[in-house]
Design a protein around this ligand. Sequence first.
Ligand code: NAD
Length: 320
Amino acid sequence: MKVVVTRKIPGNGIKMLQEGGFEVVVSPQNRPLERQELLNFIQGANGVLTQLQDKVNDEFINSAGPQLKIVANFAVGFDNFDLPSLSSHNIVATNTPDVLTEAVAEHTFALILSIVRRVVEAYKIALTQSFTFGPEVLLGMELKGKTLGVLGLGRIGGRVAEIGKALGMNVIYSDPKANVEFEQKIGASFKATPEEVLKEADVVSIHVPLLDSTKHLINTEKLKIMKPTAYLVNTSRGLVVDEAALVEALKNKTIAGAALDVFENEPYLSPGLELLDNVVLTPHIASATIEARSAMGELAAKNIIAVLSNQPPLTPVKAK
Ligand code: NAD
């Protein structure tokens, strides 16, 4: 049976597939495949290990052919999957939860600390070699005693909340479901709406999946609810934030700053974002640790091996 991997991955995932006795074809390109390249590349595959840029829809499924049994995403998010289409063709869809939670939560704090302590601005000034120590130079905000607002208290949001607590922050969160056990464990408070979190938090960190209901969850009106001294951090998906509205809010100092790992139209930035000092930007690398990326490849491989051996997948995803 043939397994197609749309981009080279670190770790043992490819080796595991080869040792499973599959014919494994890995894209020779070190970039996301163009649409037509992708459609040609997956023809005849029984399993495909996809990247989040690969749109998996009817066109993809028809190009692969009727022998396709599983599409395993190299990501926990699966907004690139048309799940109703996959299930109507009896194709299993899987993702890589948990194994990247620590990496993404730690990167979220790399961003939070960078924006509140103005690390990128400071780095640029240090490079000029013409700075002096000054009592009022590059003043930032301390996290201890401040309120961290988590939007989406799932695996990653929960870990971010724990790290915030360890740094002495008060934690509030909103989620469609309250998690009383977690609240008691770390001392966090549930807010029934995102608006209540936005109103109170000094740092708002977004960890919701991209769904129709979360697209532009943060827009002009929501940004106005935030404190002018507050920071917005997004490591979820770019479309969750109306980026043009955010640029305006940052220019007008409606909020103090933003740190983003994901963008509405990657790899492009909304006009004006690149000119602002009160932002920290990283190029969609929140899960980019050797540990997480290796484990993601291995989990995707295990899912493919299981399904192509007529066993249940380890981490299936289904349409809600
Ligand atoms: P998860 O499913 O464990 O958590 C998502 C949480 O969001 C759930 O608790 C859910 O109930 C909640 N939620 C859904 N709609 C909401 C709403 N409208 N308001 C508030 N909460 C809502 O997922 P996870 O493993 O924590 O991952 C979260 C997201 O992070 C993924 O879907 C993915 O898009 C993103 N992600 C990004 C990167 C990156 O590289 N930047 C890496 C990993 C994950």
